[in-house]
Design a protein around this ligand. Structure first.
Ligand code: ZN
Ligand code: ZN
Length: 306
């Protein structure tokens, strides 16, 4: 879980592009969450109008190189053809990687075939659960959730980094160069006849964890996805007053989302995917706060830096 000095400054920023459920409102678009990390533009769900929300948020659509689809209900995917078309008529040098639950390849291809595209971009499709992305900086896991159709949740895990105690190294007199590289990779060095262990001159910065639980009822997997997350983004379509409706529609209440956050030792909870009946989210927030204090209700274009 260690990486080198070159990528230590990756900035992690989340922008909420849509926070409504099945119907958009004047204030809230369909589901879409943009995570910028280093050079990656990662989109979680892509409801109708997502590309316009991206533009309004001041993000370049061409920065998107990965899209994670939680499930194929329209409010999470109807923006896909639009963004793919825009990328096709833009200077898009990337390969767009799209991940989703079982059935994603077939459904995506059917969706694309329904539309005429003059310019096709390079797209790679992936479906299923487990560790679906793993690179030098982070990995992403997907787990099945319980909803009306095949649905998955995601867990973005930034890898731990070893940082140099530069003042200590300067004091000892080790100049910046290959010896620093060895220490940073966790190896000891011999300096002027004395052994220096990496733990003496470096320290570990824990990577951040972001979990996204979309449409679903609480399950063992939602706890697994949320475990120790710095930020849990969780659906919260109703308050507890609508518990029966939530169950009937395979959705969660704010209190249930808060119980997941509490049980999984999450640091901060962000609620999203609100029923249009809630013009104000105060009732949802209060409902959640009965179980978990550090909670906010997302709104369109809300940004969180981690
Ligand atoms: Zn939905
Ligand atoms: Zn749904």
């Amino acid at each position: 879980m260690l990486k080198n000095l070159a990528n230590l400054t990756a900035l992690m920023q989340i922008t909420f592009l849509g926070t409504s459920c099945a119907k958009p409102t004047k204030e809230r678009n369909h589901s879409g969450i943009y995570l910028s990390y280093g050079g990656d533009g990662i989109l979680f769900d892509c409801g109708e109008g997502t590309q316009r929300q991206i533009t309004i948020a001041g993000i370049k659509p061409t920065s998107v190189n990965m899209i994670f689809i939680s499930h194929w209900h329209g409010d999470h995917v109807l923006g896909l053809p639009g963004i793919v078309q825009t990328l096709g008529i833009s200077e898009y040098a990337n390969t767009l990687r799209i991940y989703g639950p079982k059935g994603t390849k077939k459904r995506f291809n059917e969706m694309m075939n329904a539309v005429v595209f003059d310019n096709r971009i390079n797209i790679e499709l992936y479906e299923g659960t487990g560790k679906i992305v793993d690179n030098e900086d982070y990995y992403i896991e997907a787990e099945e959730l319980e909803h009306k159709t095949e649905t998955i949740g995601f867990r973005f895990v930034e890898k731990d980094k070893r940082r140099m105690k530069t003042d200590v190294l300067k004091k000892i007199g080790v100049p910046e160069g290959p010896e620093w590289g060895k220490l940073q990779n966790g190896h000891s060095i011999i300096w002027k006849g004395k052994k220096i262990e990496p733990d003496e001159v470096t320290y570990i910065v824990k990577g951040k964890i972001i979990s996204y639980i979309s449409d679903s009822v609480p399950s063992a997997n939602s706890l697994k996805l949320a475990k120790d997350a710095d930020l849990l983004i969780c659906e919260s379509t109703y308050s507890s007053k609508m518990q029966e409706k939530a169950e009937a529609n395979w959705h969660m209440t704010s209190k249930q989302a808060a119980i997941i956050a509490k049980s999984a030792d999450v640091k901060k909870l962000v609620l999203t995917h609100f029923s249009t009946r809630y013009k104000e989210t105060g009732e949802l927030l209060e409902d959640a706060k009965e179980e978990f204090e550090d909670v906010v209700c997302a709104y369109d274009f809300m940004k969180i830096k981690l």
